[in-house]
Design a protein around this ligand. Structure first.
Ligand SMILES: Cc1ncc(COP(=O)(O)O)c(C=O)c1O
Length: 435
């Protein structure tokens, strides 16, 4: 499965990967671009900035490995007895090299995504109807995992102090009830981009341990870290009792743009927790997913380092642009991820998004879902800027008046989006027609 050595797909001659050339994803059945066209109509969206994947052309080592495997034109069942240790050893080596953490490959379980792993863990530890702690705003997909496991969200809002998001430890502890058995931690945090410190993680870990709440640490965004920031794996905390009370869920899909290849993993130092989750978890993996992921994590370091540097610079560009030219938006500098969490309160007020939503919900066809004020702001940017952002609606408490903007794309496209959004904001009014 190794990539053919020395092929044309390897490192560019000048050693610099190209993230500047806009890579056209229209017509590839992509959620980020094509789904928005399906929803809003042909020609309606120029820049998709919603779902969390990157628009960059894949690292050459990935294309190289996939192309090599393509040449063997048979797609029969994969020998997982061979593929599993190959992957888990590569994942352990990646984690050791990048984060200095030792993960025993035998404590790792491959999965078809972070979602299937999380759902299996929720089904295992949190009975139907029981509460799951979330720190909000948080990744909207967690709510679908709760729906799947028929559990209930207990939103604990993050605090915003001194221009930064922070955990509210006191409130978190207060919200733990007799039927709270799990907490989904997001580290680094989607959508705020926060990287939690060892101190944060230890404090929250201690609370969970004290109350017998198992920590499900989703660290899928861990490879996108800004300059001067640090990702601390939950499993690297020095307090072993805290670590033994957790499972970590990860993938290389955010790191290398491999979401459609369906491969992720989870691990725990606690064999009992792991064994219990495994009973509720089945992963049917695919050959190309294994090939792509193995190539990425064994050969993709330099590509990812450069991609990180590029996105980090784009974060600065976005913050500067918005601060200088779009007074109706507020943004704080994310520490990691390629996500930007925007406060759109002024836009919502200017277009009277509450009234727009109320009017729409009164007159809509009975079979259509209600829309929220944030979804009106989402429509506003599609209709007036041809930019699709994710509405804050699904991100739990704290999502009101917010939008998530994905900047994992060429700076040219980000600039187009910002220019369009700036003029849309300038001409925003209560007469905006969104339908
Ligand atoms: C925090 C977080 N967890 C999980 C996922 C989805 O993971 P997967 O595609 O591996 O199921 C995402 C995707 O956006 C995410 O942001």
């Amino acid at each position: 499965m190794a990539a053919a050595a020395g092929s044309a797909f390897q490192v560019p001659a000048n050693g610099k990967y190209d993230f500047d050339t806009t890579y056209n994803r229209f017509g590839s059945h992509s959620t980020k671009f094509d789904q928005q066209i399906r929803v809003y109509g042909k020609g309606s969206v120029d820049v998709g900035m919603g779902i969390a994947d990157i628009d960059f052309k894949a690292a050459p080592c990935i294309t190289d490995a996939l192309s090599a495997r393509m040449k063997h034109e048979n797609w029969g069942y994969l020998d997982m007895g061979e593929a599993t240790p190959m992957m888990t050893e590569a994942i352990a080596a990646w984690n050791k090299k990048h984060y200095g953490i030792d993960i025993d490959p035998n404590t790792m379980v491959l999965s078809a995504g972070v979602h299937p792993g999380l759902i299996a863990a929720l089904i295992t530890f949190s009975p139907k109807g029981s509460r799951v702690l979330l720190q909000t705003p948080t990744y909207n997909g967690f709510y679908s995992d709760l729906a799947f496991s028929q559990t209930k969200a207990e939103d604990v809002p993050l605090k915003f102090v001194g221009g930064k998001f922070a955990m509210d430890f006191e409130e978190f502890e207060k919200r733990i009830a007799h039927d709270t058995h799990t907490f989904i931690l997001c580290n680094p945090q989607n959508p705020t981009g926060n990287c939690w410190s060892a101190e944060d993680l230890t404090k929250i870990g201690e609370i969970c341990l004290r109350h017998r709440v198992i920590v499900l640490s989703d660290e899928i965004h861990c490879d996108w870290i800004g300059k001067g920031q640090k990702y601390t794996p939950f499993a690297s905390l020095p307090n072993k009792a805290i670590v033994n009370n957790s499972l970590t869920f990860k993938a290389a899909s955010k790191s290398f743009g491999l979401a459609a290849h369906k491969l992720a993993w989870f691990h725990s130092t606690n064999p009992d927790l792991l064994a219990r989750v495994k009973v509720n978890h089945r992963a049917d993996l695919n050959t190309m997913g294994i090939v792509a992921n193995q190539a990425a994590i064994t050969q993709g370091d330099e590509w990812l380092r450069q991609a990180n540097e590029y996105v980090d610079g784009t974060h600065d560009m976005v913050v500067n642009y918005i601060s200088d030219k779009i007074p109706m938006l507020k943004v704080h500098r994310a520490q990691g991820t390629y996500l930007t969490w925007l406060d759109v309160t002024a836009v919502a007020e200017k277009i009277n998004s509450k009234q727009l939503a109320a009017d729409y919900n009164k007159s809509k066809a009975a079979n259509m879902p209600n829309l929220t004020p944030e979804q009106m702001v989402e429509r506003f940017f599609v209709k007036n800027a041809k930019v699709h952002l994710n509405s804050g609606t699904g991100y739990g408490t704290g999502g009101a008046n917010h939008m998530r903007m994905n900047i994992g794309t060429s700076r040219k496209l980000v600039e187009t989006a910002l220019n369009n959004m700036a003029s849309a904001c300038k001409s925003a009014s209560t007469n905006t027609n969104l339908f």
